[in-house]
Ligand binder design. Structure first.
Ligand SMILES: Cc1cc2nc3c(=O)[nH]c(=O)nc-3n(C[C@H](O)[C@H](O)[C@H](O)COP(=O)(O)O)c2cc1C
Length: 403
């Protein structure tokens, strides 16, 4: 598998490898966004539309891409964000992602919809690990999960705040996708067409554990267990539908019980970013959830400048959604982010070849970051500034150079 992953020259190659290995329903879940895929396209168009302003003859031979983030030194201006189904694309895939992140010395975020026990991922993954929280229909139940993440040792809690209702992912409904995957004629045929996934992932779970894994990192109260299935239905009254009562007071309650770093994920409005400062958050993810939640949301890249100005350095700004190249990472930093997060790049990597695939994704991004730093004439990440990019509106009226 390591050899296979080494053949990937870029993130798109890993995506194609994952597509060949995974069932159609799983691949589409990882690959596509909600409704008409507009936000996903916009994310790429926004990044492609930003042009770099190269600087020359600066002797960039001693380049290093390390950063200081939330009080720790890390190897790259990158982190792995939460991607729920990692354990379905590879046997115990969350641990593989955590190990790849630890090897690259970047933070890894474990999703609450993961299915390897958080204690096992934490112990076997190593490195810097954060835990992401979704709040479901019973907001009090989330506090049990928060306490468990605290006891386990996670260094930061990432509360996702952009999903008060379940995503309108029509593609999953069409594909009949539910978690844990159900076996019927359609899913059986899809699985048989993808024997490497069937034997290497589903088969491993059946062999070692007798069944496909369930959500083990969400506290589901006893009385809600019967209803905690099939969470892809937008109309579902199941426990596993999102909580639409969440408000800033609820975040204050979390702040009171979580003494370590607290991050809010899915902020796009400068006033919400300021509120995040007021409730005592240590950081925010400026993110449109890679087009998975609201298909008409502004892109984080368009939202970033106003947010960075509004918070004035009072918290850490993380940006994500659509990053596929090292140059995208540097564009995000030039727009004012402190660090950039990735989701699909390493998810495709792990879906293609486990830890080796996730590591390959990080190697590719690292080499692209270092190459682009040379082109920009900088030797370290703090030297990246707004001066290194031009936005579409700042380019000549001829339109040359615009996406
Ligand atoms: C398949 C998939 C599952 C995801 N699961 C979660 C999740 O459980 N919680 C969450 O906050 N974000 C989740 N996200 C969003 C990512 O954390 C991140 O915001 C996004 O993927 C970044 O964009 P990129 O995938 O284009 O790099 C998921 C994204 C994908 C693609």
């Amino acid at each position: 598998m390591a050899n296979l992953a080494q053949k990937a020259l870029n993130i798109e190659d890993l995506r194609k490898m994952a597509k060949r290995r995974l069932t159609k329903a799983l691949f589409d879940f990882c690959d596509k966004g909600s409704e008409d895929q507009v936000a996903m396209r916009d994310n790429r168009a926004a990044l492609d539309g930003i042009k770099l302003m190269p600087r020359v003859l600066n002797n960039t031979s001693a380049r290093h891409a390390g950063i200081s983030l939330l009080g720790k030194e890390h190897g790259l201006p990158l982190l792995i964000g939460p991607t729920g189904p990692a354990g379905f694309v590879w046997y115990r895939g969350e641990t593989h992602l955590a190990r790849a992140a630890a090897k690259a010395n970047i933070p890894f975020t474990l999703a609450s919809t993961s299915n390897t026990d958080m204690e096992k991922v934490y112990a076997n993954g190593g490195g810097t690990q954060w835990f992401q929280l979704y709040v479901w229909r019973d907001p009090e139940a989330a506090f049990v999960t928060i306490q468990r993440a605290l006891d386990t040792g996670f260094e930061a809690l990432v509360v996702t705040v952009d999903s008060p209702v379940y995503n309108n992912r029509e593609i999953d409904v069409r594909n009949g996708l539910v978690f844990p995957p159900k076996i019927n004629m359609r899913t059986a045929v899809d699985s048989l067409k993808h024997p490497r996934w069937l034997l290497g992932t589903a088969g491993q779970y059946f062999l070692n554990e007798g069944k496909l894994p369930a959500f083990t990192n969400i506290h589901i109260p006893e009385e809600a267990k019967a209803e905690a299935t099939g969470y892809v239905s937008a109309k579902s009254t199941s426990f596993l539908n999102r909580d639409d009562t969440m408000d800033w007071d609820y975040i204050r309650r979390i702040r009171d019980v979580w003494p370590r770093k607290l991050l809010l994920k899915g902020i796009l409005h400068p006033e919400d970013a300021v509120k995040a400062v007021e409730v005592g958050a240590d950081g925010i993810f400026v993110s449109n959830h890679a087009g998975n939640t609201n298909d008409t949301a502004i892109t984080p890249w368009d939202a970033l400048p106003a947010i960075v100005e509004a918070v004035g350095g009072k918290l850490t700004v993380i940006a994500d959604s659509g990053v596929r190249r090292g140059s995208d990472v540097l564009k995000g930093l030039a727009l004012g982010a402190d660090v950039v997060a990735i989701g699909r790049s390493t998810l495709w990597g792990v879906g293609a070849a486990g830890e080796a695939g996730a590591s390959r994704a990080l190697e590719i991004l690292e080499s692209e970051i270092l190459r682009t730093m040379a082109v920009l004439g900088v030797t370290d990440i703090p030297s990246i500034s707004r001066e290194h990019i031009r936005l579409p509106a700042e380019l000549p009226a001829s339109g040359f150079g615009q996406a």
